[in-house]
Design a binder for this molecule. Sequence first.
Ligand code: PNS
Length: 158
Amino acid sequence: MTKAIYPGSFDPVTKGHLDIIQRASKIMEHITVAVLENPRKVATFDIEERVAMLNLVTKTCPNVTVDYYRGLLIDYAQNKNINIIIKGLRAMSDFEFEFQMALVNQKLKPAMETMFMMTNNKYSYLSSSIVKEIASLGGDISSLVPPEVYETIVAKYR
Ligand code: PNS
């Protein structure tokens, strides 16, 4: 079975993330969306909230499972017998760091392959940070996040 992991902080999930999940789930037999800690970021939503939001937006995808892990991505993937990491690329600015992470993960676990999917053009500007900035300043995020999680995100800033 072709299994892949789509890791991220998903703080919170955006329409850009969901687009990658849906497209990847058509190529792979199973996708695990894994909420992991990014040591370079302070999270706004706790892990349970992020998992709950991802479960809501993927509930109609039969071959997608949501999980979380506090530790190294490759340790989680190894435990689950997954050798493919899916990452989304939005712009050249993403590339350098994603390239470094892909090489580090392969160094730590040589069988691990990272596959990059280009963002859908309509989401190339979109990130969780942008969503949070707009929401925190009272702007309209309804076109940026899946409708199922809109209220949870807005409520965080009320
Ligand atoms: O959505 P993000 O913040 O770009 O996702 C980054 C993430 C969470 C995938 C990355 O920080 C990660 O893999 N964290 C787990 C810890 C780890 O394995 N670090 C080594 C990778 S170089």
